[in-house]
Design a protein around this ligand. Structure first.
Ligand code: TXD
Length: 321
């Protein structure tokens, strides 16, 4: 099997951690691109010099020239500004749309056969724009949000129930914004419903619901919670881990079922928009959209989230993108 080539566009906080994880897992050779001179070269040199210690053997290089991403099998994009305290993800729209447009043109020219995972915010709009500018088929352009949002939700559940986070399964659907939809009814600890465990713990259904609602709220605001503490940027360890899980599913053709920002064509009653839903990821990218039955309340929450995504995309179009 020939070695895969993975290009990372954006060598900032997330880009650096991505490069390190991908190397440690030996998913492929890494090319780290940034517009800042010497920085991606420095970061990849630093990571490569740990290879003897960590025991990985892949090629790592940094570049400021898009020609070096030629032949990439996978491209992961983090180029763009992160949030500062007090900002919403949507406040990044015009700056990051300009950056994403230039990135999409460069990827189209230099790595036309790659599968692309986008991380830059506002996520749903950036994925939409990349696909529009590149013209790549929808299955080859996806976004990372749900894996992270679901991991955040799972973490809070594990803390609350005092169980290993390894046994928690919880999924968050919808757009990557304050309207995201944590699916409480499906959340479970190795098959045991979380809601049931909460009811047993508190011996009171309304208290159990209150605790669940608080975890849902914290999940929705989790990105902002980290931004407020870091003060100079946004979360980067966990978004990188999330994207690496998706990258591994694609590179190794694992058929993982992961919440992914994917293009909907009538699934969940949505046509023509990128929204976070469960997707089977494999060597073709987003291979299958999985529909979950939603009750009235869940469907209404998802509809509200889709409305937020649509208005973000309209704002972007009004800006001329
Ligand atoms: O889950 C998620 N999807 C996210 C997304 C979770 C957290 C943060 N998320 C977003 O990822 C965040 O709001 C940002 O839009 C991106 C990247 O976050 P990161 O923390 O890595 O930002 P940095 O450290 O500022 O890195 C961005 C890099 C920086 O090195 C710039 O020089 C570079 O992007 N940059 C560019 N690269 C290539 N091409 C162009 N035009 C360009 N402009 C800036």
């Amino acid at each position: 099997m020939s070695r895969k080539k993975i290009a990372l566009i954006g060598g900032g906080q997330i880009g650096g951690v991505l490069a390190q994880h991908i190397a440690q897992k030996e998913l492929g050779d890494v090319v780290l691109f940034d517009i800042v001179e010497d920085m991606p070269q420095g970061k990849t040199l630093d990571i490569a010099e740990a290879s003897r210690i960590d025991g990985f053997d892949v090629k790592l290089s940094g570049t400021n020239d898009y020609k070096d991403i030629a032949g990439s099998d996978l491209v992961i994009i983090t180029a763009g500004l992160p949030r500062k305290p007090g900002m919403s993800r949507d406040d990044l729209l015009s700056t990051n749309a300009k950056i994403m447009k230039s990135v999409a043109e460069a990827v189209k020219t230099n790595a036309p056969n790659a599968i692309v995972i986008i991380i830059s915010n506002p996520l749903d709009a950036m994925v939409t724009l990349f696909q529009k500018v590149s013209g790549f088929p929808h299955n080859r352009v996806i976004g990372q949000a749900g894996v992270l949002d679901s991991s955040r939700f799972s973490t809070f559940i594990a803390w609350e129930l005092e169980v290993s986070v390894k046994d928690v399964n919880a999924m968050v659907l919808g757009g990557h914004g304050d309207t995201m939809v944590p699916l409480t009814r499906y959340a479970n600890v190795n098959g045991v419903p979380v809601l049931e465990m909460l009811e047993r713990k508190y011996k009171d259904a309304s208290k159990a619901k209150e605790v669940m609602d608080a975890m849902v709220e914290r999940t929705k605001m989790a990105g902002g919670e980290v931004v407020k503490l870091l003060k100079t940027g946004s979360a980067f360890y966990s978004p990188a881990s999330a994207a690496v899980e998706m990258a591994a599913a694609i590179i190794k053709n694992e058929k993982r079922l992961l919440p992914t920002c994917a293009f909907l064509n009538n699934e969940y009653g949505v046509k023509g928009y990128y929204v976070g839903v469960p997707v089977v990821l494999g060597e073709k990218g987003a291979e299958r959209i999985i529909e979950v039955s939603l009750n009235e309340e869940e469907q209404a929450a998802l509809d509200k989230s889709v409305t937020a995504v649509k208005s973000l995309v309209e704002d972007m179009e009004r800006l001329g993108f």
